[in-house]
Design a protein around this ligand. Structure first.
Ligand code: 0PR
Length: 392
């Protein structure tokens, strides 16, 4: 650390130089990210309230109340009533905490297990590792749908929880959540739905009359949902969310922090100090956009998704891994050849997509920052790469 401080202008100039190699969403090459430009009004609100700490809610009761409000409102969007929960650092923390709840509610199980689809996000492996829970992975069928029979066969007397995904990381697909609910109905098994990505897409697809199977608290066995404002909610990073049906859970399994300046309270978090401003900013974004505003944004993403999907179908040599359900597209090779070379070629042309070797696909996420013009450029480069690699 320097002894004497620099002036602000100089510091900002140094920062510009140091960060010049970062990518920006509007340049168009970020085509494989589930994050996007934060809503402009959200940014303003965030800055205004940046010092608020929800780690000590007694000091910021207004912010704590606002969090309860925004959680309940999101719970209603997910067809629940009186839903409780909390903002988190992201989907990983929300999934981790959900897995901890599943374990804590079954302390009689000595070697706890969770059953997840193999397409589940890596955060479940992290949770398994950190919590000492065995993660059992159910296969997918050839069309990337969950093999429900295999899923069912993995459930045993050691199963403390099951997980379904509403918007898989690789393809944006939705697991058969109602059917999983039926499988565990009447059994003492915690049911968590990971809608980290889909949570702020699916309610708006419904508004657009898309045929979306029940995935949320409308499925009566669903106990908890992860849904991340910092993905399709256009919220400030970090903002994930965990939403719970059972109001008693925090009292039952929450960590007690007895000594805080604002007074004793219980919480579910891994972190202590945590931002209030991300919560306030998301409350403001929801107020500002309303259902209508979110729906318009999702519609634009879906129009672009359909455009890209149609273009890919026209290119000989590549194919869609699955018909897109939401704004995620998997591109694979037509002849089953490895996707790695294509990914390399596209990277040489600056395109940054996600590569899922286990499913032999590269993933494009058509986020709000992605424009038709970006996609046009991408399609041209994809054609060049396919030709160069002689995939056609
Ligand atoms: N659940 C699902 C279904 C996810 O897709 C993700 C992350 C998570 C949980 C974990 O969320 P956090 O990353 O908030 O903890 N999905 C993205 C992915 O792995 C995360 C991401 C975001 C990756 C932006 C790259 C990127 O540029 O693809």
């Amino acid at each position: 650390m320097r002894n004497e401080g620099l002036d602000k202008r100089k510091i900002l100039q140094i920062l510009e130089e140091k960060l010049a190699c970062d990518h920006s969403y509007d340049e168009g090459y970020i085509l494989g990210s589930m994050c996007t430009e934060v809503n402009e009004f959200g940014k303003e609100v965030y800055l205004k309230y940046i010092s608020k700490n929800l780690g000590d809610p007694g000091l910021f009761p207004g912010t704590a109340k606002l969090e309860e409000e925004v959680v309940a409102e999101i719970g209603e969007l997910f067809n629940g009533s009186n839903i409780i929960g909390s903002f988190m650092t992201g989907g990983s923390e929300a999934n981790l905490i959900a897995m901890r709840i599943a374990k804590k509610l079954h302390e009689d199980i000595k070697e706890p297990e969770i059953v997840v689809p193999i397409s589940a996000h890596r955060s479940f492996d992290k949770a398994g590792d950190l919590l000492n829970i065995k993660i059992k992975k159910a296969r997918l069928k050839n069309n990337f749908e969950l093999d429900l029979e295999h899923f069912n066969s993995l459930i045993s007397e050691n199963t403390c929880g099951v997980v379904a995904i509403a918007g898989t990381t690789s393809l944006g697909l939705i697991d058969p959540i109602e059917k999983i609910g039926e499988i565990i109905d009447g059994r003492d098994i915690f049911f968590h739905v990971d809608a980290a990505f889909g949570g702020f897409v699916l309610p708006f697809l419904k508004q657009l009359s898309y045929d979306i199977p029940p995935w949320d608290f409308s499925v009566k066995q669903v106990d908890s949902i992860t849904a991340d404002p910092h993905k399709m909610g256009m919220g400030v990073i970090p903002s994930g969310g965990l939403f719970l049906r059972n109001k008693e859970i925090i009292q039952k399994v929450g960590f007690e922090i007895p000594y805080l300046a604002g007074g004793n309270f219980k919480h579910l978090h891994l972190v202590g100090t945590r931002p209030g401003a991300t919560v306030i900013a998301f409350w403001a974004i929801m107020e500002y956009l309303g259902i209508k505003g979110f729906t318009q944004i999702v519609q634009k993403c879906m129009d672009n998704t359909h455009y890209l999907a149609e273009q890919i179908k026209e290119i000989k040599g590549v194919a869609l891994a699955a018909e897109p359900v939401m704004n995620v597209i998997g591109i694979t090779t037509e002849n089953g050849e490895s996707i790695c070379e294509l990914d390399k070629e596209l990277r040489k042309m600056h395109w940054m997509l996600g590569k899922f070797e286990e499913f032999n696909l590269i993933r494009a996420v058509i986020m709000p920052h992605v424009t038709r013009e970006h996609l046009g450029r991408f399609v041209n480069d994809l054609k060049i790469a396919v030709k160069k690699l002689k995939l056609n």
